[in-house]
Design a protein around this ligand. Structure first.
Ligand SMILES: Cc1cc2nc3c(=O)[nH]c(=O)nc-3n(C[C@H](O)[C@H](O)[C@H](O)COP(=O)(O)OP(=O)(O)OC[C@H]3O[C@@H](n4cnc5c(N)ncnc54)[C@H](O)[C@@H]3O)c2cc1C
Length: 302
């Protein structure tokens, strides 16, 4: 990131919410399910599959966890009724992982059961390091009961090398991403705290392990150099393109995602929606290497 962009990224917590809302529209389908389904229909028509994400993270009461589960079940019913190509991704903390782990598991099991009846699937997003072990254990228990659950792992964490081994399985669906949370340096692979491209060699190794093991792998990145290395590796080892897919966030690097689709790869777009847009949007803005320009443009139109 250029110095100006870094400074602007640091100032985000002090920016007016109206401004953040305006800039973040590119990253979010809208406030409600109707907006989200409209976006899914458009993306499906272009050849993309979708993952829907209801915005909202750590909750503080059990009724909120119940409400999260209800919303996701509503999403699954609507996707089924409208014949759309979209699965869902969930944050266990929004189901009460840090509040009441047993109820969290029961609620997610109900969502998985609904998804199974609709022949759909659910991916568990990976959250910050305080959740890593809890989410892996949760995945293992749920995976013993449901075939339609997947798990995300973060290449910026050193521990992912050990975590991945017991998870590698022919029938498992994993997502590898770089990781988004601000973690203590001691948890991270070397240099990841100051240089995102330092994560790439680890990311590539994890994807290769998934290829070797026959797990289905979602490759969740917008990093063009990393994607090029993965395409090269997959071709070199004759990996069937049906065994992996590229995954990108709505509103990020769209030309790259179109290019991958044109090359014949499966591409899934992660589409968040909902009223709780602030945390997600500020994380996306922080990652945008041209954030100063975006903010300047939005200010002109305010
Ligand atoms: C489908 C999907 C699911 C994810 N799930 C999780 C998860 O479960 N847990 C988790 O911790 N993280 C998750 N992430 C976020 C991920 O960890 C990264 O923070 C995010 O994808 C950016 O990293 P990158 O791999 O694109 O690489 P980076 O090195 O951060 O970015 C590479 C390039 O992509 C472009 N770019 C990246 N972000 C933006 C942006 N916001 N706006 C404009 N350009 C941008 C820039 O050109 C940048 O140089 C997910 C990401 C995706 C795509």
């Amino acid at each position: 990131m250029q110095l100006l962009d870094t400074l602007v990224a640091r100032a985000i917590p002090w920016a007016p919410r109206a401004l953040i809302h305006k800039i973040s529209r590119r990253y979010i389908a809208g406030d409600n399910l109707t907006d989200a389904l409209h976006r899914v229909r458009q993306l499906n028509a272009q050849g993309f599959t979708v993952t829907l994400d209801v915005l909202g993270e750590t909750i503080s009461t059990l009724p909120q966890a119940q409400a999260t589960a209800d919303t996701y079940m509503e999403v699954l019913h609507a996707v089924h009724e409208q014949g759309l190509q979209a699965n869902i991704s969930i944050k266990p903390s929004a189901f009460g992982l840090l509040l009441e782990a047993q109820q969290c598991e029961q609620l997610i099991a109900r969502v998985l059961d609904t998804a199974e009846r609709h022949r759909n699937s659910v991916c568990l997003d990976m959250e910050d390091a305080s959740c890593t072990q809890k989410e892996i254990d949760l995945f293992m228990r749920l995976r013993a009961r449901f075939g339609n659950v997947g798990l995300a792992l973060q290449a910026y964490l050193l521990r992912t090398y050990q975590d991945l081994e017991p998870l590698l399985h022919k029938a498992h669906t994993l997502r590898i991403c770089k990781g988004i949370y601000r973690e203590d340096r001691t948890h991270l692979v070397q240099d990841a705290w100051r240089d995102r491209s330092a994560i790439n060699e680890h990311f590539l190794k994890h994807v290769e392990r998934c290829f070797d093991a026959g797990s289905f792998v979602g490759i969740a990145t917008h990093d063009a150099a990393l994607i090029a290395s993965i395409v090269k590796t997959a071709r070199k080892h004759g990996i069937d393109p049906g065994r992996f897919e590229f995954q990108m966030l709505l509103g990020v690097c769209e030309p790259l995602r179109d290019q991958l689709l044109d090359m014949g790869f499966k591409v899934r777009v992660y589409v968040p929606f909902g009223k709780d847009w602030y945390g997600y949007s500020t994380r996306r803005l922080n990652e945008n290497p041209r954030i100063a320009g975006y903010i300047a443009k939005a200010l002109i139109g305010l």
